[in-house]
Design a protein around this ligand. Structure first.
Ligand code: 4NP
Length: 151
C-alpha cells in the first residue's frame, strides 16, 4: 500500500481537492490518499463549500472529509508528502526529524514543471473562479502523479 499525503495551510480548500482528485485516479486497494493542514484553525471542519462545489461538478465527493493538522508521525505513515506552496514546504520541512523524512516532501507542481517551485495559489480569500483554477491545476498534476504511482 503506497500512502500519499496532500498538505496545505487550512486543509479546507486546496489539499481536500488534491486528496479527492488523486483518489479518483487510483485504486483504493493499492493506494491510500489523505490530506492535512499545517495550521490548526479548521480542525474538524468540512472542506470549504466552494471546494465541495467545484469537486461535485466533476463527480468527486469531498463532503466526508474533515480537516486535521499535519503531525510529525505523518513522516512515518506516508511515502510521499505533497505540499501546495512554498510556505507549506517550509512549515513541513521544519518538522522533519531526519533527512529521509525531508526527502518525502515535494512541492506538488514540480511534478509538472520540475524545479520551477510554482505554487498552487490559495483561493480562500478570492472568488469561485479561483477554485476552478485550483481544480484544473490539481487535476493536471494528479494525472502525472497517478501515472507515476502506477508504473
Ligand atoms: P487552504 O486555504 O490552505 O487551501 O485550505 C486556506 C484556508 C483557510 C485559511 C487560509 C487558507 N485561513 O486563513 O483561515
Amino acid at each position: 500500500m503506497t500512502k500519499v499525503l496532500m498538505v496545505c495551510l487550512g486543509n479546507i480548500c486546496r489539499s481536500p481537492l488534491a486528496e479527492g482528485i488523486l483518489q479518483s485516479k487510483l485504486s483504493l486497494e493499492s493506494f491510500f490518499v489523505d490530506s492535512a493542514g499545517t495550521g490548526d484553525w479548521h480542525i474538524g471542519s468540512q472542506p470549504d463549500k466552494r471546494s465541495i462545489a467545484v469537486a461535485k461538478k466533476y463527480n468527486i465527493d469531498l463532503t466526508t472529509q474533515r480537516a486535521r493538522q499535519f503531525k510529525v508521525k505523518d513522516f512515518d505513515t506516508f511515502d510521499r508528502i505533497y505540499v501546495m506552496d512554498r510556505s507549506n514546504y517550509d512549515n513541513v520541512i521544519k518538522l522533519a526529524p531526519t533527512n529521509e523524512a525531508k526527502s518525502k516532501v515535494k512541492l506538488i507542481l514540480n511534478e509538472i514543471t520540475p524545479g520551477q517551485n510554482t505554487e498552487v495559489p490559495d483561493p480562500y480569500f478570492g472568488g469561485e473562479d479561483g477554485f476552478e483554477h485550483v481544480y484544473q491545476l490539481l487535476d493536471e498534476v494528479c494525472n502525472v502523479i497517478a501515472k507515476d504511482l502506477k508504473s
